[in-house]
Ligand binder design. Structure first.
Ligand code: AMP
Length: 538
């Protein structure tokens, strides 16, 4: 027997309709290329969104077409988010920080027809335009007076594009599984892969991420996303904030500017903000050095990479701001886990509580998770055993754009992360699958060993990789850079005693002058693995 409830499709158009009707006076504050402080309301935003939708029609927009944006977080990008997806087209947010060859690949792979770009990226677009055969129009996100002086074919400024358009628009009826947006994820090998979100996945992710034990959004909150809107929908805040009536504050190109960020927090009454650890380390320094307090700021959500203990401690002690760890990925829209302490854990010692806070958190409703050992058996949530993190849910990719399905036989997606989960449900990432060392049926976390190595006062940087071993399959090799001091391999290995199980202690140490890094500054274990491919242990 079927239920007798209305089958209203879950679309971004419904988020927009609701926000326009109910949260219309909610403020949206932006810093843009052409305005240091732009303010308007959601009603203003959606009025311009309708003008933009008419303008897109005049450019010949068709259902399912991909439209690219190269843009920071601001009100025009917000308008594009809604106008493109709700018109039935696909918003393709491009990360302008990728290598030019990667950008060229993804624009061509997506077959984008229109490119909207922030004027700061004009030189990049000018250089790449001849390699974008599918693109017919370029629009600079500014007014006529600020149009950059570049030689780009079919270039218009955004304000002229929408200026004369009607602010009435009949939004098409869309199916909830229609594609809404596209974001490419760049692995360390191969071409970037496209993750194609749907209206349904976006609406459900907005609902799930807004819950009290996640972003906790509401009409009495003001959120400042420092996660770029070109990276996984800026963690979905461009949807969930209007949906819940949360005031949005967007710093545009000033995301790494401590003066602008602290000023926005204090003048706009920001209560919550979200971003990667490096942003918060910068802001922390700025606040401390300039003796600035941030009384309205209640919490910071940290994700993208592991959150350092110093951030949690100092924001709490010096500024009374709680730091919450979150984990996710492009293929997960992105939210998977969020860290908020259970009341029972608050009874524990400060040190114990910190151990929990440093974990990536508990899965939010909408995401199911399995931890599997290397034979594909599910491991217990005992806080010790770790394995491959696999996820399943309505906002998790089932495959990549123009590629087949990429789920396992149980219908789960392999995240490529390795983690343990404790009996309270808190997940701790211990490695990436490709970096974990597989030794005689056991997994050894390279990250844990690297953290112990850099805990030695003489060690500046360290990497641990698996090298082939006749008996065990693989054994850990520690590659270390010292602070220009002499230290023996034995002394360094003694430092591991009592900190990890005996079988995890590296078999050997190689000292080198410098470790290889990728273009984005990450340790390149791929290079180390090929350098030490023929390494003979013992
Ligand atoms: P991306 O798809 O580019 O957002 O990258 C996702 C990857 O970043 C995840 O698979 C993790 O390896 C890593 N990541 C994200 N959040 C965290 C976190 N809180 N702690 C550690 N690693 C994280």
């Amino acid at each position: 027997m079927k239920g007798q409830m209305m089958n209203v499709p879950l679309t971004i158009t419904e988020i927009m309709r609701h926000a326009d009707k109910v949260n219309g006076d909610t403020e949206v504050v932006s810093v843009t290329y052409d305005n240091p402080r732009h303010k308007y309301t959601l009603n203003d935003a959606f009025k311009r969104t309708r003008q933009l939708a008419n303008a897109l029609q005049s450019l010949g927009l068709e259902k399912g077409q991909r439209i690219a944006t190269f843009a920071w977080n601001d009100y025009r990008h917000l308008e594009l988010y809604y106008a493109i997806s709700c018109s039935g087209a696909v918003l393709h947010t491009v990360n302008p920080r990728l290598f030019p060859e990667q950008i060229e690949y993804i624009v061509n792979h997506a077959e984008d027809t229109v490119v909207f770009f922030d004027p700061v990226f004009a030189p990049l677009i000018e250089k790449l335009q001849h390699n974008f055969p599918s693109v017919r129009h370029y629009v600079a996100l500014c007014d006529k007076a600020h149009l950059p002086d570049v030689n780009i074919a079919n270039l218009t400024d955004y304000e002229s594009l929408i200026d004369d358009q009607s602010d009435e628009f009949d939004w098409p009826e869309l199916a909830e599984d229609d594609a809404s947006s596209l974001c490419y994820t760049s692995g360390t090998t191969g071409h970037p892969k496209g993750v194609l979100y749907s209206h349904r996945s976006t609406v459900l992710h907005s609902l799930g991420s807004a819950l009290p034990d996640a972003f906790s959004l509401s009409i009495d909150q003001t959120v400042m996303p420092i996660v770029p809107m070109f990276h996984v929908n800026g963690w979905g805040l461009a949807y969930s904030a209007p949906m819940t009536g949360t005031k949005l504050v967007m710093p545009g190109p000033k995301m790494a500017d401590g003066v602008v960020l602290s000023d926005l927090i204090n003048s706009e009454g920001v209560t919550m903000t979200a971003g990667v650890p490096v942003v918060w380390l910068m802001l922390l320094e700025h606040l401390k050095n300039n003796d600035i307090q941030v009384p309205t700021l209640d919490r910071i959500v940290v994700g993208g990479s592991a959150c350092p203990e110093l951030l949690i401690n100092e924001f709490d002690e010096l500024f009374n701001v709680s730091v919450h760890h979150a984990w996710g990925m492009t293929e997960m829209s992105p939210l998977g886990t969020f860290n908020k302490l259970k009341p029972s854990l608050k009874q524990q010692s400060e040190k114990e509580q910190m151990n929990y806070k440093l974990k990536q958190g508990r899965i939010v409703f909408g995401v199911d998770m399995r931890i599997e050992d290397w034979q594909g058996q599910e491991v217990e949530w005992d806080g010790h055993q770790f394995g491959a993190v696999k996820v399943r849910g309505p906002w998790i990719a089932s495959g990549y754009y123009k590629q087949g399905e990429s789920v396992d036989d149980n219908g789960y997606f392999d995240t490529g992360d390795v983690a343990s989960v404790d009996p309270h449900g808190y997940m701790l990432i211990t490695d990436r699958s490709k970096d974990v060392i597989k030794s005689g049926g056991e997994w050894i976390s390279s990250i844990e060993l690297e953290n112990i190595a850099v805990g030695h006062p003489d060690i500046k940087e360290a990497a641990v990789i698996g090298v082939p071993h006749k008996k065990w399959g693989e054994r850990p090799l520690l590659i270390a850079v010292t602070h220009d001091v002499e230290i023996s391999a034995e002394a360094l290995l003694d430092h591991f005693d009592g900190k990890v199980a005996k079988f995890c202690i590296p078999d050997a140490v190689e000292f080198i002058k410098e470790l290889p890094h990728t273009a984005t500054g990450k340790l390149s274990k791929k290079d180390l693995r090929s350098k030490y491919a023929d390494y003979i242990l013992g």
